[in-house]
Design a protein around this ligand. Structure first.
Ligand SMILES: Nc1ncnc2c1ncn2[C@@H]1O[C@H](COP(=O)(O)OP(=O)(O)OP(=O)(O)O)[C@@H](O)[C@H]1O
Ligand SMILES: [Mg+2]
Length: 392
């Protein structure tokens, strides 16, 4: 009797011990499951829910009792219901990985989720159910969408700035053109009034008057042609043009629009045919000359040296000013977008950035800056003699 009693006590102790171990294991599993941020559902082979974790309860806003023993499809919404209904069948063959589904959120809204579903086997290796885990896509999607929006806004802003830089150059040029048109037009008018007064005695003095009017009209027409070339630069097309004439034109035009017209020294061939994008070269020159003139703002007598050199396969346009030059630490940054040392409203810092892009990408050339040993900054625009097809 004593032995039986002793055995009973022994079993009792062992049982309690086992129970403790079991409870500990249970507690361990519970703590792991509730620490997971991914949602988890364990279902039997018919798709009946056996267990869910805390993340799942938080997402659905339900209590465990409301979900247990129910069909897994009640967790889903929309087309996903039909897809999930087939999980018990599909998971027999292989695990289902990374498919997108919509779960029913606490607020009744669909929550997009990336889910995986694996088969679960019992201790005898017999298929006994499935385990579904899922991760919310919403956060990732939202972050991605915000990034895309921000990128788009940046692109729009950049495009706008590039456009306004072009408009600013155009504005300066148009001011110069208006100034230039004033003179010839006034003497065309003057001559015409004189002609009117002489109406009756036209034979006398008529020759010089007509010549003068014609000359004035021709000057107006040249100016208008120059203006048109600038306003509608030949962006896509490439053609043969006289680089010397283009340089002289661009430099003179910009120089004339400034308060103190700089002295201009040209050293270039009489004529220099180049094949390429005339409009782009024009815009680069305008930007460089404008910068040079800005740099000499405080000089009583600004001076610009323009040197065009023909090399075997390319040409170089050197534009040197007599301003303060570019500080060493800025030389690396002047071609960066938005780099400017000018006050707000005066410079956008896009002139050289755009010019560099045009020189290298559109014209197949190069643009560089140095400080001249005898003072002032020197920019060198290098262009191939012949760029693009020679269709024109
Ligand atoms: N000839 C120069 N002499 C001295 N510094 C220059 C010269 N050219 C350019 N820089 C410097 O490089 C900077 C960038 O020139 P960039 O043409 O890109 O912009 P910006 O002239 O400041 O403004 P924007 O051309 O957009 O009106 C200038 O702010 C200036 O500091
Ligand atoms: Mg500039």
């Amino acid at each position: 009797m004593d032995t039986i009693y002793a055995d009973l006590v022994h079993y009792q102790v062992e049982l309690e011990h086992k129970n403790e171990e079991l409870e500990e294991a249970q507690h361990f599993i519970d703590s792991v499951l509730s620490a997971m941020s991914d949602v988890l559902v364990v279902a039997d082979i018919n798709g009946r829910i056996q267990r869910v974790n805390q993340a799942m309860l938080d997402m659905t806003g339900k209590r465990a009792e409301e979900l247990l023993e129910r069909d897994i499809t009640i967790l889903f919404t929309g087309d996903s219901v039909n897809m999930v209904r087939e999980f018990p069948q599909r998971v027999r063959d292989h695990a289902i990985t990374d498919c997108e589904a919509e779960m029913l959120g606490a607020d009744g809204e669909a929550v997009p989720i990336a889910i995986n579903c694996s088969p679960r086997y019992d201790s005898n290796g017999v298929l006994s159910g499935m385990v579904i885990t899922g991760r919310q896509l919403g956060e990732l999607r939202r972050a991605y969408r915000e990034l895309q929006d921000a990128h788009q806004r940046l692109k729009d802003a950049q495009r706008q700035l590039v456009q306004s830089e072009k408009m600013a150059s155009l504005g300066r040029l148009v001011a110069g053109v208006a100034h230039e048109l004033n003179n010839p037009i006034s003497f065309v008018f003057g001559n015409m009034h004189a002609l009117k007064r002489y109406e009756g005695r036209l034979l006398k003095d008529i020759g010089p008057l007509i010549d003068g009017s014609l000359e004035g009209a021709e000057r107006v027409s040249t100016i208008v042609q120059n203006l048109r070339r600038f306003a509608t630069p030949n962006h896509q097309g490439q053609n043969w043009f006289d680089l010397s004439r283009l340089v002289e034109n661009a430099v003179t035009w910009v120089a004339k629009t400034t308060r103190t017209t700089p002295e201009l020294y040209f050293d270039m061939p009489e004529e220099l045919p180049v094949h390429g994008s005339e409009g782009h070269v024009h815009q680069i020159l305008i930007n460089l000359v404008q910068n040079a003139i800005d740099a000499m703002e405080d000089l009583p007598q600004p001076r610009l040296d323009i040197h065009v050199i023909r090399q075997p396969n390319r040409v170089e346009v050197h534009i040197r000013d007599h301003g303060p030059g570019i500080p060493e630490e800025h030389l690396l940054h002047i071609f960066d977008p938005f780099f400017t040392t000018k006050e707000i409203g005066k410079g956008t810092g896009l002139g050289l950035y755009i010019s560099y892009g045009l020189a290298t990408e559109q014209c197949g050339g190069d643009l560089s800056a140095t400080n001249h040993p005898e003072g002032g900054a020197e920019f060198v625009l290098s262009l191939p003699l012949e760029h693009g097809g020679t269709s024109t």
